[in-house]
Design a protein around this ligand. Structure first.
Ligand code: CP
Ligand code: NVA
Length: 298
């Protein structure tokens, strides 16, 4: 039984399989030679908003032969307090796999244990593994192997996105620099567990210098809305803009997992200048989700 719950737990060989097979799923879109999920029914159980993750999984599941149900967590008894382990035991007797977006990492882990069906983390407060797999796929599609390259993450260094980047870095052999205000830097314990070459700094100019990829994410993640005003003050300046791009390696990529807030984590001109990369990255969610689903049922 395979689950994709975190990049920390994903073996390097499985990283490589998912990234390799995504190329085929992209190339063969509309003409997949097999339907690895034929006859299956999957559920998407989401407690947070989503555009890209929801649409890419729903489309990917259908194109690989599965039936799909989207369950807003508030519309099922889970939203009224039914425990995740009971929800998991019910669904595990009815359906073949689940894609879950929620707050607590322990909820996706408990779901996997109790449902006994393949379970995929579609974002928790701790990790966003599917997004970082797509980001790496997109980098390699555009620039070749990421091993030995330098990735600079600018912004909220304590949220789900940098955490998944941290666990990818050691396994795939690239240098990761995280530029974030002191109070929003990744936990030392998380860096220690991951290993690899990871530099954490408040200095975004030094983090960007010579980087092959500049990456950012929202300053206010889902669930942190009550802190929005304070965060906007603390993160002011942690922005990808032309000045930062000039510090990176010539031809460096700029990526954003989206949704983007122009004038905050990225300025409008830089976003538009790199829109082709950013929307290729968004499109690749579909191809990589298919590869994740295929891996999960293989
Ligand atoms: N990047 C990402 O996960 O987007 P959604 O929140 O729209 O799914
Ligand atoms: N850190 C962001 C990622 C959105 C895709 C959030 O959790 O809202």
């Amino acid at each position: 039984m395979k689950h994709l719950l975190s990049l920390e737990k994903l073996p390097r060989a499985d990283f490589e399989t998912i990234l390799r097979d995504a190329t085929g799923f992209k190339r063969e879109r509309g003409a997949h030679p097999t339907q690895p999920l034929a006859g299956q029914t999957w559920a998407l159980i989401f407690s947070k908003s989503s555009t890209r993750t929801r649409v890419s999984f729903e489309t990917g599941l259908r194109e690989l032969g599965a039936g799909v149900m989207f369950l807003n967590a508030n519309d099922i008894q889970l939203g009224r307090g039914e425990p995740i382990k009971d929800t998991a035991r019910v669904l595990g007797r009815m359906i073949h796999g689940a894609v879950i977006r929620t707050f607590a990492q322990s909820d996706v882990e408990d779901f996997a244990i109790y449902s006994k069906i393949p379970t995929i983390n579609a974002l928790t407060d701790e990790e966003h593994p599917c997004q970082v797999l797509t980001d790496i796929f997109t980098f390699e599609e555009l620039r070749g192997p990421i091993a030995g390259k330098v990735v600079a993450f600018i912004g909220d260094g304590a949220c789900n996105m940098p955490a998944s980047w941290i666990f990818a870095a050691a396994k795939l052999g690239f240098e990761l620099r995280i530029a974030a205000p002191k109070a929003f830097q990744p936990a030392a314990e998380c860096l220690k567990r991951a290993g690899g070459k990871i530099i954490v700094t408040e200095d975004l100019l030094s983090a960007a210098t010579g980087a092959d990829l500049l990456y950012t994410d929202v300053w206010v993640s889902m669930g942190k809305e009550a802190e929005a005003a304070e965060r906007l003050k603390i993160f002011a300046g942690y922005q990808i803009n032309q000045k930062l791009v000039e510090r990176a390696k010539p031809g460096a990529l700029v990526m954003h997992c989206l949704p983007a807030y122009r004038g905050k984590e990225i300025d409008a001109a830089t976003f538009e200048a790199h829109a082709d990369t950013i929307f290729t990255q968004a499109e690749n969610r579909l191809h990589v989700q298919k590869s994740i689903l295929n891996w999960a049922v293989s």
